[in-house]
Design a protein around this ligand. Structure first.
Ligand code: TYM
Length: 377
């Protein structure tokens, strides 16, 4: 592996290279999800979600504390979100599918933030109306995941500004430029919207505490790229007399190309929820694999599932049967499985998934108002 491949970057705006998740835990100061924590979850849920069993959700901050509060009879709420820079891809769905599992198992509320402001401020080519438009489009995907409309509140930053801004302003007073500069790598050429923005993403950690007047524990499921926001939020929370938000982090859905994560800015690396099944199939058939260059070599030497996005697709979203997953692993390693066949089988699973999801997405258009949170007029 070259020096370049070994180096990796994980920030809220960029994930590059082969991510070393153990190193990330050390660098970000988070904790691994231990078997003891998994057992505690199992006590409440009966069975464990495959994303936990397979350690796709692998890291946390204070998740054990959330369980302590819950076991003491104090309900938490969930908070997650999306930066609407384009259409939703399958990677975005991972935290949402897991959040829905938590909502169902623990019977808790979810606040879902659409940061159209963040994406507008960050992307020089995106105008604000476009970002807000994508927020509405992405919300259809969120609703299609099957959240409980009575317990789920989706809000778009620029349209929920009256409530959001007041809390963000109180938060911002406790954060210096030097703190966000160190945490996010901002410099003097960063626009001032982005410099203020971390307080907008922090504000929902305290929504029920403010809106209902009762300090309420917050649990944030997200991929680990967002964790820097919560470090700042956790520093400030006690100054506002709120609990520190807790977090549970997932790994990344990999790119279909070699290395890195599925990314909206590289359409060939990702499958979008609005892609036609034919387009998705052609992306899968063109994907990088951990296989050998020829069928003969594959049969002799076997493949390498660890570096293969096709294998990870099964493991993360498309094969939740443990026995079948073990078979795919063994057959790939032994060379029995030929990459072309493996890709074709995955393409069929992705096709069924997309057809189902797109139907739910269309139905979601009529359910929108049941989910959206609006400022009081
Ligand atoms: P955004 O839009 O970059 O990502 C939305 C959610 O998807 C996760 N994610 C991924 N998960 C697995 N595999 C991938 N390849 C992948 N790419 C992205 C992100 O971690 C995130 O959970 N600033 C945020 C929006 C936001 C937010 C939040 C996210 C506002 N409040 C609270 C999480 C929790 C953003 O731009 O996310």
């Amino acid at each position: 592996m070259s020096q370049d491949e070994r180096e990796f970057v994980v920030t809220p705006w960029e994930v590059r290279g082969e991510v070393d998740y153990e190193k990330l835990i050390r660098d970000f100061g988070t904790s691994i999800i231990t078997d003891e924590i998994l057992e505690r979850i199992r006590k409440h849920t009966g069975d464990l979600h495959p994303l936990l069993k397979r350690k796709i959700f692998f890291s946390h901050r204070d998740f054990d504390w959330i369980l302590n509060r819950y076991e003491a009879g104090e309900k938490f709420f969930l908070y997650t979100g999306r930066g609407p820079s384009g259409h939703t891809h399958l990677g975005h769905l991972i935290p949402w599918i897991f959040t829905k599992y938590l909502q169902e198992e623990f019977d808790v509320e979810l606040y879902f933030q659409m940061t159209d402001d963040e994406k507008f401020l960050h992307d020089p080519k995106l105008n604000l109306d476009e970002a807000t438009g994508y927020a509405y489009e992405n919300a259809l995907d969120v609703i299609a995941c099957g959240f409980d409309p009575k317990k789920t509140f989706i809000f778009i930053d620029t349209e929920y500004a009256k409530t959001l801004y007041k809390i963000a302003t109180k938060f911002a007073k406790h954060v210096t430029f030097s703190t966000v500069k160190a945490a996010f790598g901002f410099d003097v050429s960063t626009n001032i919207g982005l410099i203020f923005f971390p307080s907008i993403q922090a504000a929902p950690c305290f929504f029920p505490s403010v809106l209902k007047g009762k300090n309420t524990p917050c649990l944030i499921p997200a991929a680990i790229d967002q964790s820097v926001y919560w470090r700042v939020a956790r520093d400030v929370a006690p100054k506002l007399s709120f609990y520190k938000p807790a977090e549970i982090h997932s790994k990344f859905f990999p790119s279909l190309m070699k290395g890195g994560k599925m990314s909206a800015s590289e359409p060939e690396s990702a499958i979008f929820t609005v892609d036609s099944p034919e387009l998705a199939e052609s992306k899968i058939m063109n994907a990088f694999t951990g296989g050998q260059a020829t069928i003969k070599e594959q049969k002799e030497k076997g493949g390498n599932p660890k570096i293969c996005p096709i294998y990870h697709y099964y493991s993360i979203l498309f094969e939740w049967d443990e026995k079948k997953m073990a078979e795919i692993y063994e057959n790939c390693k032994s060379g029995c499985l030929i990459c072309g066949d493996d890709k074709q089988r995955l393409a069929e699973k992705v096709r069924s998934f997309l057809i189902e999801h797109q139907k739910k997405r269309e139905k979601a258009r009529d359910m929108f108002e049941d989910f959206i949170l609006r400022d009081p007029s």
